[in-house]
Structure formats: structure tokens, C-alpha cells
Ligand binder design. Structure first.
Ligand code: GSH
Length: 258
């Protein structure tokens, strides 16, 4: 059995599938894909993932992409490799449904909105530093039309209306999580699941640093406590300790390394 994980910095999607790998104690080869050098759009990488995005899981030559799919795949392929407290996907149908409900919420209503702010602050700076001709060439290499548009928009800047809408979505998500954590210890119930990993990777980890105006400490104290319980887990800590090659001045987004 050979697992290979292609990933960038331990943040957002790259972090999201790294955590289950570590939590499950699976041995894997780590392949760093340098997004700052646009490795993800190079032919060697698009031969592996034609969509030109990280992360990618290679299991004995089978390629699995998209983090929510990768994380459920790991549950199906390695059901016996689990943290000592509980499986990452509840074994009962109701628990699994609750986990998937939160995954759907994060995938559809959180991920892209946090990402827009991240791109606005970080990718925008990177994109504006590329000369015009070179930038057009870079766009030609991007396989997904939506990602091509996102790169172009990052260069010119996202509109204030889009950014405000994204902030409102994130505030809604923070309040929803805070309320849920009043009812259950973890997002999908009494045990830590892939749902916690999803929200943490996209929003929970860096929300204060990205949005100081939200005053998370007073607005969402249960979220702060939940995050402390997450980062105390050895699997999560191991995933977070991966290398971050982001230039220090651009770390408002990745933020976990000072
Ligand atoms: N839906 C995909 C999204 C993957 C994604 O957005 N990856 C980002 C990194 S967090 C990426 O590769 N960005 C580089 C680019 O699009 O050029 C997943 O869940 O894996």
C-alpha cells in the first residue's frame, strides 16, 4: 500500500486532507507543490490532476481529488485506521448524515468566501507583481475557467460588494457554529469528525487574524474553546507543523506561522 499526498502550505484545502492522514496515523509520502511558483499549473502536475489544484491523493496509482471526497475515501479505504477516541466519520447513519450536513455547509457557504478574502489579500499582491505579458501567459496555463477568472479578478481586485457579501457569509457561519457548539461538543455531535476538520481548515483556524473586527473572542467563545481542543490533538498539531514557504509579509491568510 502506497499513499502519496500532493499539497501546499498547511492551510485551507491542503490542511483539510492532511489532518485525517495524520489523525489516522497513515504512512504517506508528502509531495510539496509550490503554489508561489505556480507548480499546480505545470504539465507535470496537470498530468496528475488535470484541474491544476491541490491537494491530490495518490493511492497505489489511483488519483483522488477534492478534499471532501479524499477525506471520505480515506474513511472507506482505511476504516480501521482511526484516532483512539472515535472514528472520523460516525458509524451510525444519523451521525454520518450530520457530519455530511456540516461538510456541505462548509463546502458551499464558507470555503469560497474565506478564500475570496485570502485571494484578495495574498494572491492579489502576488498577481499584481507579475508583468502583464507574463500574467497573460500564466492565465493560459490555468485549466479551470473559474480559477482563470479568479486569478484575473485577484489581480484587478475583488469588488467591495463581493467582499462585504463574503464577510456576511463568514459572520453567519461563525454564529451558526457558535450556536451548534452550545448544543454539542463537536460540530456533528459528541465526537470529533471530518466536519470539524473542514470548518477548522477553512475558517476556524485563522478567522480572528483575518477578521479582527468580528471580535471572535467575545462573539464566539465556544468556537475559541473548540479550536483549542482541536489544536491540542496530536494529529491536528502534526498537520499544522508542515512547512510554510509563504513570504512573511503575505501570511495574514495562512497566519498559523508567525
Ligand atoms: N474543491 C477543491 C478545491 C481545491 C483548491 O481550491 N485548491 C487551492 C489551494 S487551497 C489551489 O490549488 N489553488 C491554486 C490555484 O487554483 O491556482 C478541494 O476541495 O480540494
Amino acid at each position: 500500500m502506497a499513499l502519496k499526498y500532493y499539497h501546499a502550505e498547511p492551510v485551507a484545502n491542503s490542511l483539510k486532507s492532511m489532518i485525517p492522514l495524520k489523525e489516522k496515523g497513515l504512512a504517506f509520502e508528502s509531495v510539496y507543490v509550490d503554489l508561489h511558483k505556480f507548480d499546480q499549473h505545470q504539465p507535470w502536475f496537470t498530468a496528475i490532476n488535470p484541474e491544476g489544484q491541490v491537494p491530490v491523493l495518490d493511492h497505489d496509482g489511483t488519483i483522488i481529488t477534492h478534499t471532501t471526497v479524499i477525506n471520505e475515501y480515506l474513511e472507506d479505504a482505511f476504516p480501521d485506521a482511526q484516532p483512539s477516541d472515535a472514528p472520523l466519520r460516525p458509524r451510525d447513519p444519523v451521525g454520518a448524515a450530520r457530519m455530511r450536513y456540516w461538510n456541505k455547509f462548509v463546502d458551499e457557504h464558507v470555503m469560497n468566501f474565506v478564500s475570496m478574502h485570502g485571494w484578495h489579500r495574498m494572491i492579489g499582491v502576488i498577481a499584481r507583481n507579475i508583468d502583464s505579458g507574463d500574467f497573460e501567459k500564466l492565465l493560459e496555463n490555468i485549466p479551470l475557467p473559474d480559477q482563470r477568472k479568479k486569478w484575473a479578478t485577484a489581480r484587478s481586485g475583488f469588488s467591495e460588494a463581493d467582499l462585504a457579501n463574503a464577510t456576511a457569509k463568514i459572520e453567519y457561519a461563525v454564529d451558526k457554529v457558535e450556536q451548534q457548539l452550545g448544543d454539542t461538543r463537536w460540530l456533528a455531535g459528541e465526537t470529533f469528525t471530518l466536519a470539524d476538520i473542514n470548518f477548522f481548515s477553512h475558517c476556524g483556524m485563522m478567522v480572528e487574524r483575518m477578521f479582527p473586527d468580528m471580535a471572535i473572542a467575545t462573539r464566539a467563545p465556544r468556537l475559541v474553546d473548540w479550536r483549542e481542543r482541536m489544536t491540542a490533538r496530536p494529529g491536528v498539531a502534526a498537520a499544522l507543523s508542515g512547512e510554510d514557504r509563504t513570504a512573511p509579509g503575505l501570511r495574514t491568510w495562512t497566519g498559523h506561522v508567525q
